[in-house]
Design a binder for this molecule. Structure first.
Ligand code: NDP
Length: 251
């Protein structure tokens, strides 16, 4: 089997995992954060969990990217900056901003780590080796539409995560109703921002590899947003009735 065939197989694997994730998460919420519960084996510190789980998306992505024949070309480098701007923050800065003392099952971390190994390889290898991104791609509206969507999603995601991080005073562990900005329209603007980012990535790279990650992100985060939304409405009788879960005015 050639490496390109292996790459194609892995991309198909990501689509398959996405298809299985939707029904699984509609019935069983991923057991971390507010949906944490026993029965998922040993636990580890949540801040460390995020760092371990997301580190392949920074380090392994870099290694695979710079092994590619087109790594030093302008468009692949631009795409590298997009990817790393998200993942350096997610792996090494975001975990320091969430409350200390939380616990996450090692099994969840292991699944996330494995997924990120595959996903980082699939996307990095495509961008710097198998894909063809000539300088003319800089004049293609798909690149800039994708970059624009990615940057918009990034800002929404960062802002929404910052609002959540500010809800708790030092030492607090409970939950409050988030307010302001997109929280007036949806319960999970952080997930909405994430969906925009990876849709933007899929458009900017115009690749099946990028599309597989956008589809997986939706498969993972839309059911989780629906669970969060239901949980908020059950926990807070005064929860704003007009708020949707994850897509303003729609869902
Ligand atoms: P959540 O919104 O569930 O939680 C984010 C943080 O905010 C946690 O520390 C949580 O605490 C805290 N928090 C959430 N709601 C409240 C509230 N109402 N009051 C007080 N504190 C609150 O997000 P996730 O942990 O699921 O995800 C974190 C980030 O990772 C998001 O930006 C998400 O988009 C991204 N992500 C991306 C995925 C992908 O497939 N691309 C997959 C999963 C996450 P606690 O932990 O105690 O609940």
């Amino acid at each position: 089997m050639s490496e390109l065939e292996l790459h194609t197989l892995l991309v198909q694997g990501v689509f398959l995992v996405a298809a299985l994730t939707v029904p699984a998460l509609l019935f069983i919420s991923a057991p971390y954060g507010r949906h944490a519960r026993g029965g998922w084996g040993p636990q580890m510190d949540t801040r460390l969990a995020w760092m371990v789980m997301e580190s392949p998306s920074v380090l392994w992505f870099l290694a695979v990217f710079f092994a590619g024949a087109h790594a030093w070309s302008l468009v692949p480098l631009l795409l590298l900056v997009l990817w790393q701007s998200h993942y350096v923050q997610r792996a090494f800065i975001f975990p320091l901003k969430i409350r200390p003392g939380g616990h996450t099952p090692v099994s969840v971390v292991a699944m996330g780590f494995m997924f990120n190994l595959v996903n980082a390889y699939v996307n990095a290898r495509w961008v710097s080796e198998f894909g063809r991104y000539e300088l003319s791609w800089l004049l293609d509206p798909r690149l800039w539409l994708g970059v624009g969507l990615f940057v918009l999603g990034y800002r929404i995601n960062r802002r929404a995560d910052a609002v959540l991080a500010a809800l708790r005073k030092p030492g607090e562990t409970g939950y409050k109703i988030p307010r302001g900005g997109l929280y007036e329209l949806i319960s999970c603007p952080n997930y909405f921002g994430e969906l925009l980012e990876w849709t933007g990535w899929a458009i900017a790279t115009w690749s099946v590899a990028g599309l597989s990650f956008a589809v997986f992100t939706a498969a993972n985060l839309v059911p989780r947003a629906l669970s969060h939304h239901k949980w908020y409405k059950q926990k807070f009788p005064e929860y704003p009735a007009g708020r949707k879960a994850v897509i303003p005015f729609l869902l």
